[in-house]
Design a binder for this molecule. Structure first.
Ligand SMILES: [Fe+2]
Ligand SMILES: [Fe+2]
Length: 286
């Protein structure tokens, strides 16, 4: 199992929380019902918000999965529990932010009249929530790679959707969400950088494996997922499911320059990520 030493993990978690602690917004007061202009919402946008709510609402299961992978208990040696305790400083803050996304989106649906009944919405969400959920993959670096992709996907999605949305309160909410996702993404970039610094090319096959099987969570549990995913993408011009994979391939390629002695392996891994996902070759011709 490839791990990060706590000395390497601590500054990443600290710098995340230094910024996070000053990055607050209110999930309720930022959505005043008297200022929402529901007539400006298209049917497609309403569906997109409903879809995003379900995805964000999976936060309890996502965090649970992370807690299971990074336990703090007597079954671990002290060093591992210490390290997992450090990660928890990130986890709990990140979880609170994702939970705020879920609740703000649900609250927006009620305030704007996308749904009439909050209880009915909550029940629909919980029915998705209780289904089996597992991020898959065994190695920590793989879980972080997967989350890297997902954070980037949500950031680009909210940003692209906000450009198309005319309803002012939703537009503002989407910007809050996209800024949070961008901070989350930076955390996972720092984590992957640290894994390369500590383990060099050993991380490459693990990362390539994640990139080769990348799907958004819920694709196999949400009813009618494929159709909904296509429709939600249509609402956000500029969004592409493949963009996060391109960013990952470019990030891998960036390491070819930083570690010239292993440049060949990093270039090869970057090329493989592109190939397996049918992405065009990078501008650098790799
Ligand atoms: Fe989120
Ligand atoms: Fe996020």
């Amino acid at each position: 199992m490839l791990d990060l030493p706590i000395e390497r993990l601590r500054p990443i978690v600290t710098s995340f929380n230094e910024i996070a602690d000053s990055s607050n917004w209110n999930r309720f007061s930022s959505i005043p019902s008297e200022e929402v202009l529901p007539d400006l919402l298209s049917e497609g946008q309403k569906e997109a918000i409903a879809f995003c709510t379900v995805v964000e609402d999976h936060t309890p299961r996502y965090i649970e999965d992370y807690r299971r992978r990074f336990p703090i208990d007597a079954a671990q040696d002290i060093a591992r529990s210490l390290s997992n305790r450090e990660l928890f400083h990130f986890l709990v803050r990140w979880g609170a932010e994702e939970d705020r996304h879920a609740q703000a989106l649900a609250y927006y649906q009620v305030q704007s009249g996308i749904v009439e009944n909050q209880e009915a919405l909550e029940e629909e969400l919980i029915r998705e929530n209780i289904k089996d959920f597992d991020l898959g993959f065994t190695q920590p670096v793989q879980v972080f790679t997967y989350t890297f992709l997902q954070e980037k996907a949500t950031q680009i999605y909210y940003q692209s959707l906000s450009r198309a949305v005319k309803e002012p309160i939703l537009k503002r909410l989407l910007l809050h969400l996209s800024r949070d996702e961008s901070r989350h993404f930076s955390f996972f970039v720092d984590m992957l950088d640290a894994f390369v610094e500590c383990h060099n090319t050993r991380v490459l096959p693990l990362i390539v494996e994640v990139a080769s099987h990348y799907r958004m969570p819920l694709f196999n549990t949400m009813p009618d997922y494929a159709r909904k995913a296509v429709r939600m993408a249509r609402e956000a011009p500029g969004y592409s499911r493949k963009k996060p994979l391109e960013i990952l391939a470019d990030w891998v390629l960036g390491w070819a320059e930083k570690l010239p002695e292993n440049a060949r392996e990093f270039r090869e891994a970057s090329r493989e990520i592109r190939e397996r996902n049918h992405l065009s070759p990078s501008v650098a011709g790799v």
